[in-house]
Design a protein around this ligand. Structure first.
Ligand code: HXC
Length: 258
């Protein structure tokens, strides 16, 4: 393919990554995953960027793993070239918040990619699902683990065992997505929220994201302990001093991200 599989642009302190394989409904292939990861890592290292938006197009956020590419794989092939696992492992290591702006289909690996994001905004026409069972496989990039955490066991089983899809209204009602909008507003509103997040102290934002994510890894006692340590360490930041001073002086804080 001559076209880049992703497009990137910046608006203020926000990096925007658009999946760009429209003819394949943005199906995830090895090249796209490589380019997506490179872009995420580059934004994560860029101190001008405070948050990232990942989106697709109006027809599809992403219709899943590339079925044509996956068809060639046997067990050893799947084991050795599990780039969706690489994506999953790498996204977990990104410090900056990632907002998924979802219009159209988010199926299979596409739904899993969406669930790797920290906040999901969806258009009213968005459709979520884990249809792998219809292909003779199961979700392989977090679907069985993240969907249950997002929407609970009964709904997750209902979707994964039948392959049925969920429209955005149900996705919002069940907690999979944070907010829904008219389709043409989804990306704009995601960028606005990303800009809001990017306007705060970068180290504090990273601490908040890390603490929330640990809630899914640790029991309550250890999670509360982890939160306390990060909370206490925020008192060592210049931005903490500035935030409290600014409040008491009734002015806007000027973050130095230190
Ligand atoms: C490769 C795909 C694709 C996919 C669609 N296309 N999804 N190519 N991988 N996942 C291609 C089609 O082959 C077609 O190409 C073009 O995109 C347009 O799709 P259509 O089917 O013609 O569009 P439409 O009729 O509107 O139907 C849309 C759709 C359907 C309902 C989303 O495309 C669909 O069911 N796609 C598969 C969804 C799916 O099963 N995803 C899970 C994949 S498995 P041509 O060349 O014909 O124009 C997975 C495993 C994850 O994700 C586990 C990770 C380890």
């Amino acid at each position: 393919e001559l076209e880049p599989t992703i497009l990137t642009r910046e608006e203020g302190n926000v990096g925007i990554i658009t999946l760009n394989r429209p003819k394949a409904l943005n199906a995830l292939n090895a090249i796209l995953i490589d380019e997506l990861l490179a872009a995420l890592r580059s934004y994560d290292r860029n101190s001008d960027i405070g948050a990232v938006v990942v989106t697709g197009n109006n027809k599809a956020f992403c219709a899943g793993a590339d079925i044509k590419e996956q068809r060639e794989l046997d067990f050893v092939g799947a084991y050795n070239t599990d780039y969706l696992k690489d994506l999953n492992d790498a996204i977990v290591a990104i410090h900056k918040p990632i907002i998924g702006a979802i219009n159209g289909y988010a199926l299979g690996g596409g739904c899993e990619l969406a669930m790797m994001c920290d906040i999901l905004y969806a258009g009213r026409g968005a459709v979520f699902g884990q249809p792998e069972i219809k292909l003779g496989t199961i979700p392989g990039a977090g679907g069985t683990q993240r969907l249950i955490r997002a929407i609970g066991k009964s709904k997750a089983m209902d979707m994964i065992l039948t392959g049925r899809t969920m429209k955005s209204a149900e996705a919002e009602a069940s907690g999979l997505v944070a907010k829904i909008f008219d389709d043409e507003e989804t990306v704009t509103r995601a960028i606005e929220t990303a800009q809001k997040i990017a306007s705060f102290s970068a180290p504090v934002v990273a601490m908040a994201k890390e603490a929330v994510n640990e809630a899914e890894e640790l029991g309550l006692k250890n999670g509360l302990h982890f939160e306390s340590r990060l909370y206490h360490s925020s008192f060592g930041l210049a931005d903490h001093v500035e935030g409290f001073e600014a409040f008491l002086q009734k002015r806007e804080p000027r973050w130095t991200h230190k």
